[in-house]
Design a protein around this ligand. Structure first.
Ligand SMILES: Cc1ncc(COP(=O)(O)O)c(C=O)c1O
Length: 416
């Protein structure tokens, strides 16, 4: 658990709810992954897990590259000091505007998910007299054992391998694109013991496609899905376990020239750094149940789980004022909906209004994966610190833009 005095001191200074991110934890996770992957591999930080520039900057300095999936993530990556030429632009349904904007900014590497996207990118590159480098995202035929599988069977993500077989001529006809490799992302929260099999299946796919298209790959992006608990106490795999899982990649003997191996990670790199500090607003007994009402809700944490779209996480609340568990309570947020529930039957010491509670492992898919606009409450401050010494303070803004704001942005964008 985070140091209690540190959490209380920063909560006093920046108010609650408050997201704290520990730079030392980010560095430790980056080190563990970088030391576990085969020599010459790259680790790409996935901005979707936490786009806060100060978080991403720590990971960049620790040796991670990055992948982004929108113009907003691209802007965050630039703010974090990433060079656009080293970024990978990923994700389904990229618009013409996004592709053109990314190319203009200097991004050259894209993961493409369909023929439509390839042709859209080729056309955008031609208009700018640029050349783009492409990884073909492949939908693996076998679904992985993951909490949230993102491939295998029917999927919106990536090419089905048979749709590419024998289509080398069509690929070579895309004059502004250089096809550099393949990208396979199986899913998130893959159990440590299934990682090796998942990477093996990605390697097999890459080999089969290279043969079917008669192409040599320079890059094989095997995705990741490296696991870490979400908003619950505990830890993910350590350096030794990761090294074991990644040995299949280091030991793979390629029939064609060996490509660079790339891996992506959001959750594993960022989750452990984060602690959400929330204050108890009220304690109420009703119908034989005790409700602890806190100032963080599903607008700040795990919004999609809050709506029942995903399995509800087993959120751990750690009281800043220590004490023995006194009974079971429901911890609920301050929003005007019965869906704003963070934990049912949590075992907590007696709480009073004003007490602080901490939720560990909230550095990934915390604030920006939540329903931040719902009820228009001010987003919490986000603070990156090193042993309590503050490195950066940010606050996400939301509000409405008018047609005039949009026009101003457009004119600024159109004038280099
Ligand atoms: C293509 C892609 N890469 C990387 C990630 C990050 O995954 P994780 O946070 O499990 O590392 C995701 C998550 O959805 C993804 O879709």
């Amino acid at each position: 658990m985070i140091d209690r005095d540190l959490a209380a001191g920063l909560a006093e200074r920046f108010g609650t709810p408050l997201y704290l991110y520990d730079a030392g934890c980010l560095e430790a996770r980056a080190r563990a992954l970088l030391e576990a992957v085969p020599r010459g591999s790259r680790i790409l930080y996935s901005f979707k897990a936490n786009p806060l520039p100060a978080v991403a900057e720590v990971l960049r300095r620790a040796g991670c590259d990055a992948e982004v999936s929108s113009a907003g993530e691209l802007a965050a990556a630039l703010a974090a000091g990433y060079a656009p030429g080293g970024l990978l632009f990923t994700g389904p349904g990229k618009t013409e505007e996004e592709l053109a904007g990314a190319l203009e900014t200097g991004v050259r590497r894209f993961s493409c998910e369909s023929w439509t996207e390839l042709e859209r990118l080729d056309a955008a590159a031609a208009r700018l007299a640029a050349t783009a480098e492409v990884l073909l995202r492949i939908n693996p035929e076998v679904p992985p054992r993951a909490r949230l599988a993102m491939g295998g069977g029917a999927s919106r993500f990536g090419f089905e391998p048979p749709a590419l077989a024998g289509r080398g001529v069509r690929l070579r006809g895309l004059r502004r694109l250089r096809i550099l490799g393949v990208h396979v992302y199986h899913g998130t929260q893959i159990p440590a013991e299934s990682l090796a099999a998942t990477f093996e299946s990605g390697l097999r796919l890459a080999e089969e496609l290279a043969e079917a298209l008669d192409l040599d790959w320079r890059i094989v992006d095997l995705g990741g899905g490296f696991p870490w608990p979400f908003a619950a106490a505990g830890e993910g795999p350590g350096a030794g376990e990761l090294r074991g899982a990644l040995a299949v990649v280091a030991g793979h003997s390629w029939r064609r020239p060996a490509p660079e191996a790339w891996f992506e990670s959001g959750r594993f790199l960022a989750a452990s750094s984060g602690t959400l500090v929330t204050r108890v607003l009220d304690v109420r007994d009703s119908g034989g149940k005790r409700f602890v009402i806190v100032d963080a809700g599903i607008n700040h944490l795990g919004g999609m789980s809050g709506l029942g779209r995903l399995a509800r996480p087993d959120i751990t609340f750690q009281p800043v004022r220590p004490g023995e568990p006194a009974g079971e309570v429901d911890v609920v947020g301050p929003l005007c909906t019965p869906l704003d529930v963070l934990a049912c039957g949590a075992r907590l010491p007696d709480c009073d209004p004003g007490d602080l509670l901490c939720v560990p492992n909230t550095g990934a898919y915390g604030l920006t994966a939540s329903l931040v606009g719902f009820l228009s409450r001010r987003p919490p401050a986000e603070v990156v610190h090193r042993e309590g010494s503050v490195l950066a303070v940010h606050r996400l803004r939301h509000g409405y833009e008018t047609a005039a704001d949009r026009q101003r942005d457009y004119v600024r964008h159109a004038q280099p």
